[in-house]
Write a protein that binds this ligand. Sequence first.
Ligand SMILES: Cc1cc2nc3c(=O)[nH]c(=O)nc-3n(C[C@H](O)[C@H](O)[C@H](O)COP(=O)(O)O)c2cc1C
Length: 356
Amino acid sequence: MLRIGSVQLETPLLLAPIAGYCDLAFRLVVRRLRGPTGLGVGLACTDLLCPQAILSENQKSLWLAATCPEDKPVCMQLYGADPAILAEAARWAQAHGATTIDINMGCPVDKVTKKNGGSKLLCDPGSTVLLAKQVVEAVTVPVTAKLRLGWDDQHIVAPDLAPALADVGIAAITIHGRTTEQMFRPSARLEGIARVVESMRRHPLVPVIGNGDVKSPQDAKRMMDVTGCAGVMIGRGALAQPWIFRDTAHYLATGELPEPLSRAEKARVVLGHFESLLHYRGERIAVNMINQRISWYSPHLQPWPGLRQSVRTIRSAAEFRDFMGHGIARLEEFDAGGGTSEPEQAEAGTSAPEAA
Ligand SMILES: Cc1cc2nc3c(=O)[nH]c(=O)nc-3n(C[C@H](O)[C@H](O)[C@H](O)COP(=O)(O)O)c2cc1C
């Protein structure tokens, strides 16, 4: 089973940091989804955190770093290039509940790379190793690094950088199988991940976690089988299907897919996400955020004609609860065999799921 330094994970499945998406409210949704074996996500990560902002206790950053006892084990991800500030931010993260701390070495976004952070760290491996060493020495919790393969195909540095990071105490390497130049296309390269796994043979206690394009339990197993990686990190696949960890953990443990969640159960997950947002962010933000997130969920709730359009017209918690409650009731009715074949049209701008 996957171990990151002193931290034993329940499963080798990690929720990726996705800026703007993997906040506390969503991490709790993911954590609560467990399969028949009781297994689910092994470790969940915060979005990338700006060290200066958390050290000055900027309100938005405090929310991004927020955690709670149920949100464990949690990784807090930091970005930047200044070793002293990163080390201080790592101490802050440990004091504020981080189980592990990750250094972002993969973000391709200009805002981050222009300040020499994120995947720009791949362009100067020597300084990056020194930076990692300083962060490792600042804290007692395990420190990990999340890399891309390199800046571009002419500079594939991960197979050399990963073992050098392990030499200075980095406790796990996550490798997204693309270069910075590739951004998110074409597909993640399994052979690139395999090369990093191979390069880490002299560090058998430092796991390599593969990342990129895992959208199903079978994808996760394939990544582990083909590359030899010890775990899998899932990002976008989890935004659309937070139950992917539940399904994948069961699949890895038993070789079989669990009974899938019904559409009504999936709709309950969406409602649960909304309640979690409401609890932590308040009504205005919760309504706005669920409005964005419904596009990710929608394909998994179909057929439900007009779902996205209807959610866009919703302005209050009471309206959303009403809308989903009505939809869930219709789906349950259908699951129980009592549904009609006609999609029920609800009032003013809302529509119920079609009884398919
Ligand atoms: C909108 C968006 C935001 C992201 N934010 C972060 C981030 O904050 N930190 C990070 O290390 N990676 C970030 N990533 C990269 C993901 O963690 C992951 O490496 C990438 O999406 C590939 O995995 P996936 O195919 O499972 O999504 C982001 C990706 C997306 C699409």
